[in-house]
Design a protein around this ligand. Structure first.
Ligand SMILES: *Cc1c(COP(=O)(O)O)cnc(C)c1O
Length: 429
């Protein structure tokens, strides 16, 4: 981003978009089409050979989706991005070019519950595995990596909240190991954190959350920094050696810094088919236009609610990294100067029973398994999103049975506090 003259607020509206060349339409049209007419047979052949960039079939590329890809890549400071059908799809799409059967990835214990399940169980079907480590222990990350390790994975601000990763420190470890660092930046968004500037190789998003911002459509993205030398070792043959799934093309040699992005489209989307549809891309583009404005309010409201809860006698503790009492408050100031996000947990006196009563008593907060909505949301993670985990995993992920997770919206903050006040009374009486 440093060589780009425009500010974040300008780029979130304009990056990747231009008036429609056919009609002059100012807003990005929804190109609701599955296929594109070739100029002639030579044009078709050039597109299929990747000698010319253009549109063939919407499983691979679509003009509306392409605008979204360029917008997210620009905001993250990457060279390219691949949009996909969900955040979970993005995680598979990020690992797919890197991993072979019997390979592994070293991941943080503090992750979204669904990601812990995906990494502990589902990726084993591909012959991959994950080793879970406390990412505050840099030596443990080093020790967990072996010659079959192909990536390091963590979240910037972690879900269910209260934890911030020291990305520069983790990226130094990844660099020393010669491995790409993948950062899930869903909770921070590029407005609060740009992992590539802190050393990340790839950034993944669930665009379902803050980027879209209003709980309407599912989506994901993988952004490439373009900074990793895939040919420095023989660890990444899909990128550095002739790829049999694309008639022997060597992606790194052919596309340089764009190798990962081209592989993601030409092989990942082509063969896994986790494609984002243009309607969803449109909703997400609309959301991103106001990202910084919303994130400012999300963060301001989160700090006010967290401070109020921390001083309430019915509450045992609040894990919001934006509070001075948080063990991560120093890290928040140094690495997340625009705020520590709007997701956090708090422990209710009265344990499991009181938590369940609380989520049944709120009126403005919605009891849903989602985050990053303009609406404030509440959930008891241990009985829902983190239910598949063992008690030890729940504790390590910050989702113990006595804590409730809040995703603070952009409503009038006094109304949110009144709602929590009456629900806490009902829950603890
Ligand atoms: C929701 C979420 C995901 C999964 O994204 P989906 O769009 O629901 O597939 C991954 N990581 C984090 C941090 C999330 O909050």
């Amino acid at each position: 981003m440093s060589e780009n003259p425009y500010g974040f607020d300008t780029l979130q509206i304009h990056a990747g978009a231009r008036p429609d060349p056919a009609t002059g339409a100012r807003q990005t049209p929804i190109y609701q089409t599955t296929a594109y007419v070739f100029r002639d047979a030579d044009h078709a052949a050039a597109l299929f050979n990747l000698q010319e960039v253009g549109f063939i079939y919407s499983r691979l590329t679509n003009p509306t989706v392409a605008v979204l890809q360029e917008r997210i890549a620009t905001l993250e400071g990457g060279v390219g991005a691949v949009a996909c059908s969900s955040g979970h799809a993005a995680q598979i799409m990020a690992l797919f070019p890197l991993m072979r059967p019997s390979d592994n990835v070293v991941v943080s214990t503090r992750l979204y519950g669904g990601s812990i399940t995906q990494f502990s169980h589902t990726i084993k079907r591909f012959g991959w595995s994950a080793t879970f480590v406390d990412f505050d222990d840099l030596d443990a990350i080093k020790a967990a990596a072996d010659d079959k390790t192909k990536a390091i994975f963590c979240e910037s601000i972690s879900n269910p909240g209260g934890y911030l990763t020291d990305i520069p420190a983790v990226s130094a470890v990844a660099d020393a190991l010669g491995l790409p660092l993948i950062v899930d930046n869903t909770l921070a968004t590029p407005y609060l954190c740009r992992p590539i500037e802190q050393g990340a190789t790839l950034v993944v998003h669930s665009t379902t959350k803050y980027l879209t911002g209003n709980g309407t459509v599912m989506g994901g993205a993988v952004v490439d920094s373009g900074n990793f030398d895939w040919s420095a070792s023989d660890k990444f043959p899909s990128l550095s050696q002739p790829e049999p799934a694309y008639h022997g093309m060597t992606f790194h040699e052919t596309f340089g810094a764009l190798a990962f992005t081209f592989h993601g489209i030409a092989i990942g989307l082509r063969d896994l088919g986790m494609t984002l549809n243009p309607q969803a891309a449109h909703y997400t583009l609309m959301g991103i236009e106001t990202l910084s404005l919303r994130m400012e309010r999300h963060v301001e409201n989160a700090l006010t609610v967290a401070t109020w809860l921390e001083n309430d006698p019915r509450v045992d503790f609040v894990t919001y990294a934006g509070l001075a009492s948080s063990p991560y408050s120093g890290r928040a100031k140094a690495l997340y100067p625009n705020g520590a996000g709007a997701l956090f947990t708090f422990a209710v006196k009265g344990g499991y029973e009181a938590c369940v009563k609380l989520v049944d008593s709120v009126q403005i907060f919605s009891h849903v398994a989602n985050i990053g909505d303009t609406r404030s949301l509440i959930i008891h993670s241990a009985s829902t999103t983190h239910r598949q985990l063992t008690p030890e995993q729940q504790e390590a992920a910050g989702a113990a049975i006595n804590v409730v997770r809040l995703s603070i919206g952009t409503e009038t903050v006094g109304d949110l506090i009144c709602d929590l006040d009456q629900a806490l009374s009902a829950a603890t009486k």
